[in-house]
Design a protein around this ligand. Structure first.
Ligand SMILES: Cc1ncc(COP(=O)(O)O)c(C=O)c1O
Length: 405
């Protein structure tokens, strides 16, 4: 399903949004995150896929590969850690921000406890950041989070709380436990009266956009290397963080942004239809675990309503097909390990190119230059192997051979 957003505007980045998220603040987050040992030193790769572009009859397809952002396996390593740093600074403004994630203030923070719900990647990032900072961490998991994902969080020393309900119920449980014990919620989604921390999480994601601007030499207030940018949506934080940065940089010349979600977890699609942050209509359960969110983050929606040109939903099977396309590679296309939620943008592009009317609706044609963000690698390795038909290591071996040619 595709819906063009009638409320999207093509004008300079609005001042009221800039007061919440800005390039200046994103660069500060990037600087304070940079000493964290869990992050790759340089920018993540921006790969070109010329064979796939030719097959889909577009001028260019580039993929930003976030699987190598961190040993944690996803872009979420950019969100929770900086939100934790900024929250500690609210309590202790005199501390050195760049020293927090290297554990210099661990003794002072050892009795401080942070808590969050997660469908996997955010909780993994928060647990790893809490351990680096030296504070305690509690992670609330809903019924559908796999044991594999639970273990990847627990390995960082976080206490795990399992609930029987879904993601949105786990968010409520985290808020309840925090209120009962005096713990601090560090969530990637906002709710009434809780916006500063989710804003900091989203702002951290903008590091990806900053690197893209640098990697493509994009000039301010001019059209950039890409005409279309596909962004996958869970609660909307990734899309808001990246679109806000690129909108501020390119101004009225910004690219066309398209948000892609699982059909069963269509909260952003529904928000576009209703003109306000809305709930999903489906079961919310999806193979795209990171995108299986039932409620739009109202703060993210403030950026997405004016900034996103089209919203679309895809089936789980389309994500699996896209995982296989990226894993396979070809003569001129590097094989890429992209997890279930990482490929939603490509799945959306494939669906649009199969439908001439949809392509026309979003202005996709043979001149289009498309950017996809592969937001995770094989964060659930067993699931990856089952869906792709080979383990991630085998794909990485073929990737290394492709690079060595
Ligand atoms: C791999 C991956 N991609 C994309 C998203 C979507 O991010 P958001 O919930 O901020 O929209 C998530 C969220 O967990 C994720 O784990």
């Amino acid at each position: 399903m595709l819906v063009a957003n009638p409320r999207a505007v093509r004008a300079p980045y609005p001042a009221e949004l800039k007061s919440l998220m800005s390039i200046e603040r994103a660069q500060e987050s990037r600087l304070w995150l940079s000493p964290w040992p869990e992050l790759a030193r340089g920018a993540t790769p921006l790969y070109e896929l010329p064979d796939l572009a030719a097959k889909l009859n577009v001028a260019r397809i580039s993929v930003k590969d976030e699987s190598v952002r961190s040993p944690l396996g996803s872009f979420k390593a950019l969100g929770a850690p900086i939100a934790l740093v900024r929250q500690v600074l609210r309590l202790h403004p005199d501390l050195d921000p760049a020293a927090l994630l290297t554990g210099r203030h661990a003794e002072m923070l050892k009795d401080y406890t942070v808590i969050s719900a997660t469908d996997g990647n955010h909780g993994r990032g928060l647990a790893a950041a809490a351990r680096s900072v030296g504070c305690r961490c509690v992670i609330v998991l809903h019924a559908n989070v796999s044991l594999e994902r639970e273990q990847a969080i627990a390995v960082h020393g976080a206490r795990i709380v399992r609930i029987a309900g879904n993601y949105d119920e786990s968010v409520e449980e985290a808020a309840r436990l925090a209120a009962a014990h005096g713990w601090q919620v560090v969530s990637d989604t906002s709710y009434d009266g809780y916006e500063d921390i989710p804003r900091d999480v989203m702002q951290g994601y903008a590091t990806i956009a900053a690197e893209i601007v640098e990697q493509t030499g994009a000039v301010a207030n001019e059209a950039g290397a890409f005409t279309h940018v596909f962004l996958q949506g869970g609660v909307g934080g990734l899309a808001a963080g990246l679109a806000s940065y690129l909108w501020e940089h390119h101004g009225a010349q910004r690219p066309c942004f398209i948000v892609v979600e699982p059909r069963q977890a269509d909260c952003l699609f529904q928000s576009a239809l209703q003109g306000r942050a809305a709930k999903a209509t489906g079961s919310v359960d999806s193979v795209m675990a990171g995108l299986a969110c039932g409620e739009t983050s109202p703060l993210a929606w403030r950026f997405l309503q004016p900034g996103i040109d089209a919203f679309m939903t895809i089936e789980d099977g389309a994500a699996v097909q896209a995982m296989r396309v990226l894993a396979a590679g070809s003569g001129r296309d590097i094989p890429i390990v992209a997890g279930e939620s990482g490929v939603a943008g490509l799945a959306g592009l494939l669906a649009l190119r199969r439908d001439a009317a949809w392509s026309q609706q979003v202005g996709l044609d043979e001149c289009s230059r498309v950017l996809l963000i592969s937001t995770e690698g094989a964060t659930a390795p067993a699931v990856y192997e089952e869906l792709v038909g080979e383990p991630a290591d085998a794909v990485l071996k073929r990737q290394a051979a492709w690079l060595a040619r």
